[in-house]
Design a protein around this ligand. Sequence first.
Ligand SMILES: N[C@@H](CCC(=O)N[C@@H](CS)C(=O)NCC(=O)O)C(=O)O
Length: 120
Amino acid sequence: MSLISENPVLFVKHTCPFCLKVRLYLLEAGLLGGVTLRVSRTPEEEDAMKAELSPHLAKVSYPTLRLGDTYMTESDDIIAHFVSEGGPAPAQLPTLRAYVDGPFTQLLALHRENAELKRA
Ligand SMILES: N[C@@H](CCC(=O)N[C@@H](CS)C(=O)NCC(=O)O)C(=O)O
């Protein structure tokens, strides 16, 4: 695997469900130790992280993975990157699957419902 040589850095917001999905993947896959995790926990830390990422992204979004000079922002693309580097498929990881099929799916449904209510 080239994970270490690329020195991947994962930028996350600690309340972000998409970020938790990637963190769970890395943890359950045993890959977390090869990734530098940058977590923002306060509005001040979020502002600082956004200022750091803004010059590199058309729109700052979390999670973001930095690989050298390359930045990746879709959680599924980030997981697919680690799979392409030899990591396990998400379907093989029961805790990740339980999160994605349960709380994550429910959160997305609530988020969509909330957005529709706001539009109405
Ligand atoms: N499709 C994206 C969605 C990511 C997303 O919506 N992230 C939210 C945080 S949960 C975000 O970055 N919002 C903008 C912000 O917090 O500044 C993914 O799967 O990574």
